[in-house]
Design a protein around this ligand. Structure first.
Ligand code: C2E
Ligand code: MG
Ligand code: MG
Ligand code: MG
Length: 289
């Protein structure tokens, strides 16, 4: 894994699900000022070509450094931001910052940005993206938007219009957390995805070739290849998992086995010498196939 990648650097404020209503309100209040107070930070996790170990892009992952509570996970505060109508300013900041950072990186790494279904449903999204790209001077094909299946729960003609508008900008589209949401394959036929991200839940149990999860991953890879899409396996932690993922011909890998998310300054250090390759490292291999 990338050196100094800060294992344990982000010790998240308990992402406990039994958050009291009061606690949630307090967080919501703090969230209103978080951007203005400079408490938000983008970290970048390498997406690696599984065959060459070369980093082909990174995913921008948002961090909230809360002054009293410490780092708070986006899994906890993004839902609050969505409900409190704060996702729009937050999402716009993420897009602009990611494009600015990416335009300054030494190579031509792609940057992937998570876009929530609520942002996706807002007709202003293409305008914001155009503005973020041109202000930063970033070519559109270096920006990838990660969206989840939940966007297909909204009005289907609006959704189709948004896909058309985004494709017209020349940005890339990735389907995130594939297989965990609204389970219809119909949308793959019409939505113009460049990549499918295989959710970490499939990878978890997939250490033995021939397991059910391995069969599911193989099926997703076959589907993606037939539709001319790349695949990324998310959350690969061990060398065992990496070994299997390679055997299953998943094209790209993202996970602690290569690197945790890193700060922008660290990314710049790694890319200064040209191509960035990472030697995978993780829990010791157990031969079981
Ligand atoms: P996601 O887009 O599916 O991102 C992948 C998550 O898996 C990240 O969690 C990442 O840190 C984590 N991860 C990566 N490799 C490994 C691994 O090997 N093992 C394990 N256990 N986890 C790994 P993170 O950063 O906490 O983000 C959680 C979710 O929050 C993201 O899931 C995404 O849905 C959302 N999110 C993050 N940043 C943003 C943002 O800027 N905007 C929006 N709308 N959502 C965001
Ligand atoms: Mg994502
Ligand atoms: Mg995901
Ligand atoms: Mg996720």
């Amino acid at each position: 894994a990338a050196k100094g990648n800060g294992r344990g650097r982000f010790r998240f404020y308990s992402s406990d699900l039994h958050q009291s209503a009061e606690d949630r309100r307090a967080l919501e209040e703090d969230l209103r000022d978080a951007l203005a107070r400079g408490q938000m930070e983008l970290t970048y996790q390498p997406v690696v070509n599984a065959k060459s170990n070369m980093v082909t892009g990174v995913e921008a992952l948002l961090r909230w450094n809360h002054p009293d509570r410490g780092p708070i996970s986006p899994a906890l505060f993004i839902p609050i931001a969505e409900e409190a109508n704060l996702i729009w300013p937050l999402g716009e900041w993420v897009l602009r910052k990611a494009c600015e950072d990416a335009a300054r990186w030494p190579g031509d790494l792609r940057v992937a940005v998570n876009v929530s279904a609520i942002q996706f449903a807002n007709g202003d999204l293409p305008k914001i993206i155009t503005s973020a790209l041109s202000n930063a001077g970033l070519p559109a094909d270096r920006l990838e938007l990660e969206i989840t299946e939940s966007v297909f729960l909204a009005d289907s003609s609006e959704t189709a219009r948004m896909f058309t508008a985004l494709k017209a900008l020349g940005v890339r589209l990735a389907l995130d957390d594939f297989g965990t949401g609204y389970s219809s394959l119909g949308y793959l036929q019409s939505a113009p995805f460049d990549k499918i991200k295989i959710d970490q839940s499939f990878v978890r149990g997939a250490t033995v070739k021939g397991s059910r999860n391995a069969a599911i991953i193989a099926a997703i890879v076959a589907l993606a290849e037939a539709l001319d899409m790349e695949t990324t396996a998310e959350g690969i932690e061990s060398l065992d998992q990496l070994d299997l993922i390679r055997k299953l011909n998943v094209s790209h890998v993202q996970g602690y086995v290569y690197s945790k998310p890193v700060a922008n300054a660290e990314l710049v250090e790694h890319t200064e010498g040209g191509a960035w390759t990472i030697k995978p490292s993780g829990p010791a291999r157990q031969r079981n196939d």
